[in-house]
Design a protein around this ligand. Structure first.
Ligand SMILES: Nc1ncnc2c1ncn2[C@@H]1O[C@H](COP(=O)(O)OP(=O)(O)OP(=O)(O)O)[C@@H](O)[C@H]1O
Ligand SMILES: [Mg+2]
Length: 206
């Protein structure tokens, strides 16, 4: 049986890691084998790339090089961690995936949505999530939640607004593969809505 691939997407501080952890614990409690991972990173080589792209030492990094680095990290992550877990029938929950590259590099850095998506599709041999959960909130609220700002989080508010809109546009293009949630709601309520949707996905597969 093929596994289930779930991605969490959204801007900084919307609660992706919070909800990813709650969902992972819930599914494990239900007896599923869950692989929790995050991007950029997830393998030793991809973690090295993560440190590079998120570091303040490389402000001014050529946007095309940045897009290539994200795709390079993702290719290794999928090949070595995500696809093998799905082949074993596990549930994989990934904190950020291709849509983050499309939103941050494609829309907000204006490299072109299709070009950035195609780069990651090539790098991952076309692995797309079964379900993508997008958490959205006004960036002014979510950025205030995050205290330790890395290189991307230090971008102006306009950039973050454009990123938020990008996630909504992506979700609108393929509504059946997305769950879009208002991240200003209570975290337990958000968690319950997510669990319901994931249970539907699991029931449809059994
Ligand atoms: N529904 C919520 N309501 C209020 N605060 C929340 C909610 N969900 C998470 N938080 C808090 O907001 C902060 C950011 O949450 P979290 O780290 O899960 O976001 P994130 O999307 O993973 O952020 P990042 O992009 O920095 O990884 C944390 O302090 C968390 O406790
Ligand atoms: Mg996080």
């Amino acid at each position: 049986m093929a596994g289930l691939f779930i991605a969490f997407e959204g801007g900084e501080g919307v609660g992706k890691s919070t909800q990813e952890a709650i969902l992972g614990a819930y599914l494990e409690q239900q007896g599923h084998t869950v692989v929790r991972t995050r991007e950029p990173g997830g393998t030793p080589a991809a973690e090295v790339i993560r440190n590079l792209v998120l570091s303040h030492d490389y402000i001014g990094l050529n946007p095309r090089s940045e897009a290539l680095l994200f795709a390079a990290a993702r290719g290794d992550h999928v090949e070595r961690i995500i696809r093998p877990a799905l082949d074993r029938g596990n549930i994989v929950i990934c904190d950020r995936y291709i849509d983050s590259s499309v939103a941050y590099q494609g829309y907000a850095r204006e490299l072109g949505v299709d070009r950035v998506r195609n780069l990651s599709l090539w790098a991952t041999n076309h692995l797309i999530p079964d379900l993508t959960i997008v958490l959205t909130i006004d960036p002014e609220i979510s950025l205030a939640r995050v205290t330790n700002h890395d290189r991307l989080e230090s971008e102006p508010l306009e950039y973050h607004r454009s990123v938020t809109q990008a996630f909504l546009d992506l979700a609108a293009q393929e509504p059946s593969r997305y769950l879009v949630l208002d991240a200003s709601q209570d975290r337990d309520h958000i968690a319950q809505v997510i669990q319901q949707r994931v249970n539907q996905e699991l029931a449809a597969r059994s």
